[in-house]
Design a protein around this ligand. Structure first.
Ligand code: UD1
Length: 337
């Protein structure tokens, strides 16, 4: 019996595959390498001493999905595959709707055809839009401010509808806050293609000497130091949340969602300070106007995940910065094949 990980060579997928292998699961992975590299598979083997069965495949390709389910005894799916850049989603909405939503529908059809009805889905705190209060709870209203967020919201609803239509299905949607950091080995981490959008890969560009300074998008928010506040979570803690959710979908049927965050917020300035301490490098800063679409404060109420999944984040902001910097030191030019 195997767990199929879609998008398993990406940032969060690869860390989850490591945790799955270390917990003793057999793992099958597919990825189309749109935003990841084949060498990640070797790195996973170096860390765990174990191999995964890998397919280079796209979830929009029904025959490829059919083949994977025919050739393996899959009994649950952890679904990461998807496009994830907010700005790009505004420019190319159809690509986002086709790939993320269309691909998930194909995946679910092939799961149903193969009798596989357990899924852990990679959702996002972006489904809360701009909440009226923090911390954010799972029962808050949901909304989307861009096509990327819309795809997460629609996929959550599709999965909820599937669970209503067939009570044999069980789905856990994990609403991630802001994953950063890297595996403690420094062998896998975050290496986005092109110009990164998220803050940690951008700080790493400055630490690597590729960029002169980090731009701070706004210091006039209603926050203690004026910069945006986020709930940063170590990617290894996040990966472990998937193991807890996987156990849940084996035991409870129906649709559920969980916030996956630490439950406290740090400002952009606090994050940069922590990174400077961890790396011993000064990170020059430039204040810029607010980035359109950004919210002031976002942090989770992670109580439900603790009570229901028995999961909570353990690693600190300093751990996240130390491990991100270690990944940079070991991979100064990112993954190189
Ligand atoms: C972003 C997406 C969100 C997505 C998440 C997934 C936007 C508007 N939101 O969240 O939908 O689910 O990534 O990874 O893109 N910042 C700077 N300077 C930078 C980069 C960021 O000051 O160079 C600030 C931002 O204003 C924010 C914080 O750092 O306050 C975190 O930004 P980021 O890492 O991009 O994450 P989110 O905006 O929270």
């Amino acid at each position: 019996m195997s767990v199929l990980v879609t998008g398993g060579t990406g940032f969060i997928g690869s860390h989850t595959v490591v945790e799955l292998l270390e917990a003793g699961y057999d793992v099958v992975v597919f990825d189309n390498f749109y935003n990841s590299k084949p060498c990640v598979l070797d790195r996973i083997k170096q860390i765990t001493g174990k191999s995964v069965k890998f397919y280079e495949a796209d979830m929009c390709d029904a025959s490829a999905m059919k083949k994977i389910f025919a050739e393996n005894e899959i009994d649950a799916v952890i679904h990461f595959a998807g496009l994830k850049a907010v700005g790009e989603s505004v420019e190319k909405p159809l690509a986002y709707y086709k790939n993320n939503i269309g691909g998930t529908v194909v995946l679910c059809e092939e799961m149903a055809a193969a009798g596989v009805k357990r899924m852990v889905f990679s959702s996002s705190a972006t489904v809360y839009g701009d909440p009226e209060t923090v911390p954010m709870r799972e029962d808050f209203p949901t909304s989307a401010t861009n096509p990327y967020g819309e795809t997460k919201l629609v996929i959550e609803r599709i999965l909820a509808d599937v669970c209503v239509s067939d009570p044999e299905w069980s789905v856990s949607c994990l609403r991630y806050f802001n994953p950063i950091g890297a595996h403690k080995s420094g062998l896998i981490g975050e290496d986005p293609m092109g110009i990164p959008n998220n803050i940690m890969p951008r700080i790493q560009k400055v630490a690597a000497g590729e960029w002169d300074a980090i731009t701070i998008f706004g210091n006039d928010y209603d926050t203690p130091d004026g910069t945006g506040v986020r709930d940063y979570i170590h990617v290894t803690d996040l990966a472990q949340a998937h193991i807890a959710a996987l156990k849940r979908v084996y035991t409870v049927k129906g649709w559920e969602c969980f916030n996956i965050g630490c439950g406290r917020g740090y400002s952009v300035l606090e994050l940069i300070d922590a990174y400077s301490r961890a790396s011993g490098k000064e990170i020059p800063k430039v204040i810029m106007p607010r980035r359109p679409g950004d919210i002031a404060v976002s942090y989770a109420d992670p109580t439900k995940a603790k009570e229901v999944l028995g999961w909570e984040a353990k690693l600190t902001l300093d751990d996240m910065c130390r491990d991100a910097y270690n990944f940079l030191l070991k991979n100064p030019h990112g993954y190189e094949d």
